[in-house]
Design a protein around this ligand. Structure first.
Ligand code: ZN
Length: 289
């Protein structure tokens, strides 16, 4: 991924401010960003003033921007459910809206279809299970709405396993020949009992049993970035615990809605599941820009 970096000339800003311009607002340079459906793009925007309360305001919401080396950084996403429209993002500081700073071009990508056969009780839900899923959803929404305001990581994200990927992000799924859905995570081949590490530093915000993903751990990495590890046979981390990258969260398994043992890995940013491979790629650029 190219580095989207523009240097603002302080001198030009000063000369603009001192000349009597009719407009009080100085247009800032606009950085072009390319993004694919269901992916994340890391953006860096050079700006002289630090503000602890900064956001890139884009089509999919307000992305917390953190300040490092004279630049605002953020991980912005394009939802899987994209309308493919390109858009602009503004940079909002606590006391001032700086206007448009990013111009985002959206690109489509193909997602194949796969057929899956699972326990029918996890496809056509009983009243009791419907209630359980609704309750879990409400609890998860509360968890995903509360992230550390600064990043808890300083290095790039790693894939949690190097094993064969049995199902990629975004495939369209047909369950038991009928019910349609989409797979918004990555499935890694894993026999029962393999240690599963966290993809990056973070804090455990959920460790428990969910209807669809079975025994599951959710890690908050800050700035609204979460990773999810599902279908585990054993949970090994404490709620609230800070974990360094590579720390073992539990053991792989086949709990929840599965057709066999594997690890389901999800990456959720600002309420949207995105392709974990793009998170690994984009975050690797840390320190190289
Ligand atoms: Zn999965």
């Amino acid at each position: 991924m190219k580095s989207f970096l523009i240097i603002i000339s302080l001198l030009s800003l000063i000369s603009c401010a001192s000349s009597k311009m009719s407009s009080s607002k100085i247009a800032l340079p606009i950085v072009n960003v390319d993004i694919k459906v269901g992916e994340v793009a890391k953006v860096d925007y050079l700006y002289a003033d630090y503000d602890e309360d900064a956001f890139f305001v884009c089509k999919w919401g307000k992305f917390p921007a953190y300040y490092e080396d004279g630049k605002y950084h953020a991980y912005i996403i394009e939802s899987y459910f994209s309308n493919l429209e390109s858009y602009k993002c503004s940079l909002e500081l606590s006391k001032v809206d700086l206007g448009t700073v990013l111009s985002v071009s959206v690109y489509d990508r193909p997602f194949p279809i796969e057929q899956l056969h699972v326990n029918p009780k996890r496809v056509y839900l009983s009243k009791k299970d419907q209630m359980r899923v609704r309750n879990e959803q409400a609890m998860l929404n509360a968890i995903y709405s509360d992230s550390a305001s600064a990043p808890l990581f300083s290095e790039g994200f790693d894939l949690p396993m190097n094993s064969y990927i049995t199902s990629h992000y975004g495939v369209k799924r047909v369950f038991n020949g009928k019910k349609k859905g989409q797979h918004l995570g990555t499935d890694f081949r894993a026999r029962v009992g393999l240690p599963i590490p966290t993809a990056n530093n973070g804090r455990i915000v959920y460790s428990g049993d969910l209807f669809y993903t079975g025994k599951t751990v959710i890690v908050d990495h800050g700035v609204n970035i979460f990773t999810v590890y599902g279908h585990m046979s054993k949970l090994g981390s404490e709620l609230g615990e800070y974990v360094p990258k590579g720390a073992i969260l539990g053991l792989s398994g086949a709990t929840g809605r599965v057709s066999g043992p594997h690890l389901h890995w999800g990456v959720k940013i600002l309420g949207h599941y995105i392709d974990g491979a793009s998170m690994v790629r984009e975050s690797k650029a840390i320190g190289e820009k």
